[in-house]
Ligand binder design. Structure first.
Ligand code: TMP
Length: 237
């Protein structure tokens, strides 16, 4: 596998072409941003943790019946993934109120929902990733109704798996964000990453936040929290 030119640099990852037109290499950075890039910082070692963690979880999810972009881990920070066209929707699943949900509806953080919720944000930095509903997503042609159904079903399946997995690690899965992509034949697969950057994870015993909210809200101990989640995941594999 030969790494070729850089195609894209995002907030947390870089993407490179390879000698195989259907494969890419992603490289995880330690850079962290919040509030649509307004807050910037570094979480030392985060790229290594997120790369490993995301790959471990995606391999488990494949076994559970969710297709993903994962192909092969190359190094501490680099992974070969299938080339996809990203569906420009952030797919957010929530089990417990927190973050923008709590703010929008005036609900304290920590309300446990009877059933998980699924929502979409339109991935568009200029617009600040606005909330979007199914009809609007179809209207602006970011996905078809069938694709949205598939994405929702996969997102809930990911939740079923992750909720149980993290529970066994002594961690409550509050909410998370997924992104999906389309292969050249139109198949929908899970893409991007699953990590403490993209999930809210609370310690089951103490309720301590073990995710990127420590960075977003200046709570301190960010690196330790990421390391703690990684340690528990490894103990459980
Ligand atoms: P929210 O409560 O701020 O809408 O976040 C919901 C979940 O999505 C939370 O687990 C954090 C994650 N998330 C991202 O991964 N990227 C983002 O840009 C945002 C805003 C949230």
């Amino acid at each position: 596998m030969e790494k070729k030119s850089q195609l894209y640099e995002g907030k947390a990852k870089k993407v490179f072409a390879t000698d195989n037109p259907s494969l890419l290499i992603v490289s995880y950075k330690d850079d962290a941003t919040a509030f649509n890039g307004l807050k910037k910082g570094t979480i030392s070692g985060k790229g290594i943790i997120n790369n490993r963690m995301s790959n471990m979880l995606m391999q488990k999810l494949e076994e559970y019946g969710v297709p993903t972009h994962f192909v092969e881990e190359l190094s501490e920070r680099e992974t070969v993934v299938k080339k996809v066209t990203i569906v420009p929707l952030e797919v957010i699943v929530r089990n417990i109120s927190a973050g923008s949900f709590s703010k929008r509806y005036g609900i304290e953080e920590g309300k446990v929902f009877e059933k998980p919720t699924v929502e979409f944000s339109y991935k568009n930095d200029d617009l600040g990733d606005p909330l979007i509903n199914d009809c609007h997503a179809v209207a602006i042609e970011v996905a078809t109704s069938e694709e949205i159904e598939t994405i929702k079903n996969y997102a809930l399946k990911v939740n079923d798996f992750l909720k149980t997995f993290w529970k066994e690690c002594g961690i409550i899965l509050v909410d998370f964000k997924l992104e999906f992509g389309k292969l050249s034949d139109g198949t929908i697969v899970l893409a991007d990453e699953i990590s403490p950057d993209t999930c809210r994870l609370w310690d089951s015993e103490t309720g301590k936040k073990l995710d990127k909210d420590r960075f977003r809200r200046d709570l301190g101990g960010v690196e330790d929290a990421y390391a703690e989640v990684m340690k528990r995941l490894c103990e459980h594999m």
